[in-house]
Design a protein around this ligand. Structure first.
Ligand SMILES: [Zn+2]
Ligand SMILES: [Zn+2]
Length: 764
């Protein structure tokens, strides 16, 4: 009697709302099993696409244990953003059940990003007695493609490219069995009987008759062929990474002389043979997002030096589908080049257009018959001063949203800028960046941007009340925004480039609506308010406005864009401003700088003589370019940021050169003085130490501008812009300023710009 009474007394109930990444990741079956294990009764059901409602009742202690297990034992890809627990009166449920989705959608559906293959799925693929043995498309509730195959929200099979592959009876049985941990209600599952199929095609698109297309493709790659491989979010070009001739040929065909190629290695052990990852690198590599991670190269290495020439790091990723795993496992090296399958300047191929666009690049095509609905490139991450920084935010991350600590008050859309572009939409307190789109030189990319934005606006039922773009009058995206603003009858807000960078970083760090910060923009190019090319700016900024309080000295860019391609021109003109053109030319010729210019000594002379003509630039990128040219590190740019990126690589392991100083006058960092000093010190110190010192000093000098101009105004310093990921500049800054915040979860470069644009426009 007494025992019964105690049981009755201790019986309680809780109503729990969980928000975050909780749908499309096997969360409900997990809740079901956990509740059952603890003897709890009640139900679980989906509300909106990012919210789950749970009712549990039972012994009090069990509910506590249940709540702990929710966080601790959740499925690997699940993320709990908010758990709200309400104590309620028990209703006397007899069991625990998974209910149909609730009709009352209280929040909008979050579109789940793609998830790399999980260990359990891989185990099945490698187990010869499993029915998924060698099955390239095995996936479950915890893993597999999501966003890349969705036509619409919510994430139900009928809304995905898997609707073309009806479940066989066995898969159907597992799909309907709530005790099946990984396949119950898993929308993307399939098996060799009912799922997509692979085919190998020759260069003209004719199928090659073979038993095992993956093994055959691997054999061809081993023989030196370049094979286009259709994956999750687009095509890769796969090729041997250990053979100089193959890499050289791939570079020639892709017209990509220097830009690094990424490598897919079969597992951590294989990564350790070619690179020297830290614990954090490994955690990022093995995360469900499976990004490309930049990891220090191992020297010497079996990887061809042509894979990442002049760089100290290698872009490495792990297989994120069973197909990739099987392909790499069939090779001797256990790693391969896997680079985006696109023609230079065009979006990554995702369908049959690959046969046309990769003609002359790929020798063979390994393809499957599941449609890629949303194109997503591989994401790229690096560590900056120990913090993970996204260089490209796409597969695995997009299109997850950022939550702000305030409501925006208006729905908005932003088109970004020009290079490495992505767009964004915003509503309520959410900002949703699109996946990586690329450079906006082509109509194809503009169409891609608009379709990516359209998908987000449809999915989240966003009706923009304002449209944002860059201030640059000649960007295609600015023109497009002006046109759309007219068509939709909504205002067009032009957000200054570096203000947008700082606002992006602020939003990514969840800063409150009224925040004031010191914004430090370390960037390549941005249209300045004075018509100059900005890019090394100290701004006193909020989300909606800013005041420029300091910057790098304006250096001449003789010939504008041509100077970005050939940084020796900037060096010659900057020195001419100090020494006069004759003397500067003499110095530059003694360094052999004319050899890097197509027009030789004559071009160098013209550049030096143009020192007083616009355009002028305060850009960090252009300054580092000039240093890179003077030190002979890199004097022709074949990809975005190349001279600066190589200067950073050249500085690894460097020591401070005490004599080398970077002075600040008023609020201007005197960069041309430093170029003069470099002339003197070059040869007396190693290129490594000089490269290192220049970058550290640049950080220190910007820190001093902040201190001198703003005194003890105790504001956080927020860093952004393409060069904000530079280890040594950040180190220098942090030696002067205490509280320096880098962006989180979005790129510091132009790929994250639209976030700041959309927030700024929605608030103003
Ligand atoms: Zn799985
Ligand atoms: Zn099946």
């Amino acid at each position: 009697m007494e025992m019964v009474a105690r049981l009755v007394v201790s019986r309680t109930a809780a109503l729990i709302f969980v928000t975050g990444v909780v749908q499309g990741v096997g969360f409900r079956p997990f809740v079901y099993r956990t509740a059952a294990k603890l003897g709890l009764r009640g139900y679980v059901r989906n509300l909106g696409g990012s919210e789950v409602e749970i009712w549990v009742e039972g012994a009090d202690g069990s509910i506590e244990k249940f709540l702990e297990a929710l966080e601790r034992e959740k499925p690997p890809p699940a993320r709990l953003e908010r758990v709200v627990v309400k104590r309620v009166e028990p209703r006397g449920y007899a069991s625990f059940a998974i209910l149909e989705s609730g009709a009352g959608v209280s929040v909008k559906s979050q579109i789940p990003p793609d998830i790399g293959v999980c260990e359990d799925c891989l185990r099945e693929v490698l187990n010869s007695s499993s029915r998924w043995y060698k099955y390239p498309f095995n996936s479950c509730a915890w893993c597999g493609p999501r966003f890349s195959m969705m036509y619409a929200v919510p994430y139900d099979r009928k809304n995905t490219a898997m609707r073309d592959f009806p479940l066989c009876s066995e898969c159907e049985r597992e799909y309907s069995d709530p005790r099946n941990e990984r396949r119950f209600h898993a929308q993307g599952i399939s098996c060799p009987r009912c799922g997509p199929k692979l085919k190998l095609l020759d260069h003209s698109g004719e199928p090659i008759d073979c038993e095992d297309p993956i093994a055959e493709a691997a054999k061809l790659i081993e023989e030196g062929a370049i094979v286009a491989v259709k994956g999750v979010g687009g095509f890769h070009l796969a090729a041997l990474a250990s053979d100089d001739k193959v890499v050289e040929e791939l570079r020639r065909r892709k017209r990509r002389p220097q830009k690094p190629f990424a490598i897919m290695a079969i597992d951590v052990e294989a990564v350790l043979k070619i690179a020297e990852p830290s614990e954090l690198h490994l955690a990022l590599l093995t995360s469900p997002q499976r990004p490309i991670v930049l990891v220090p190269k191992k020297v010497p290495s079996i990887v061809s030096p042509l894979v990442a020439p002049g760089l100290s790091e290698l872009g490495v990723m792990l297989p994120y589908t069973p197909m990739h795993y099987l392909l790499v496992s069939e090779t001797k090296d256990k790693f391969l080049i896997m680079t985006s399958g696109n023609r230079k300047g065009l979006p990554i191929c995702k369908g049959l257009e690959a046969l046309r666009e990769l003609k002359g690049i790929a020798d063979y095509y390994l393809v499957h018959n599941r449609e890629i609905v949303n194109r997503v490139d591989d994401s790229v991450l690096r560590l900056t001063d120990g913090e993970p920084q996204l260089l490209r935010r796409s597969r695995g991350y997009a299109p997850a949203w950022l939550e702000l600590p305030f409501n925006l008050g208006a729905e908005a859309v932003a088109l970004g800028a020009h290079l490495d572009n992505a767009g964004a939409v915003a509503f309520e307190n959410k900002v949703v960046p699109t996946q990586y789109v690329g450079d906006m030189d082509n109509l194809e990319n503009a169409e891609f941007l608009l379709s990516a934005l359209d998908f987000l606006m449809k999915s989240y039922r966003v009706k923009p009340q304002v449209i944002a773009s860059d201030k640059h009058p000649n960007y295609a995206t600015t023109e497009l925004a002006a046109k759309l603003s007219g068509e939709l009858g909504i205002p067009h807000v032009r957000v200054q480039h570096h203000h947008a960078h700082i606002a992006s970083a602020m939003a990514s760090r969840n800063l409150p609506r009224d925040s004031e910060v010191v914004g430090i923009a370390l960037d390549g190019v941005g249209y300045g308010d004075d018509g100059m090319v900005w890019g090394g700016e100290v701004l006193l900024a909020s989300y909606i406005g800013y005041r420029r309080v300091g910057h790098l000295e304006y250096l001449p860019l003789p010939g504008g864009d041509r100077s970005t391609l050939y940084p020796a021109r900037i060096a010659a003109a900057a020195l001419a401003a100090k020494l006069g053109p004759e003397e500067a030319l003499k110095v530059c010729l003694s360094l052999g700088l004319e050899r890097s210019l197509p027009g030789g000594a004559r071009e160098l002379e013209l550049a030096a003589r143009a020192f007083a003509k616009p355009p002028f630039s305060s850009s960090v990128g252009r300054f580092l370019d000039a240093v890179s040219a003077l030190l002979g590190v890199c004097n022709a740019r074949t990809y975005e940021g190349e001279p600066a990126v190589k200067l950073e690589a050249a500085a690894r392991g460097g020591q401070l050169v005490g004599e080398l100083k970077l002075e600040v006058e008023g609020s201007v960092v005197l960069t041309s003085e430093l170029l003069l000093q470099l002339l003197e010190l070059n040869g007396r110190h190693s290129v490594r130490d000089l490269s290192y010192t220049v970058q550290v000093r640049l950080g220190e000098a910007l820190g001093l501008v902040v201190r001198d101009e703003l005194g003890d105004l105790k504001l956080p310093a927020v860093l952004s812009g393409g060069a904000a990921v530079n280890d040594f500049i950040v180190k220098g800054l942090r030696s002067v300023l205490r509280n320096v915040l880098l962006p989180q979860g979005i790129p510091a470069g132009d790929g994250g710009l639209a976030v700041g644009q959309v927030v700024s426009a929605a608030l103003s």
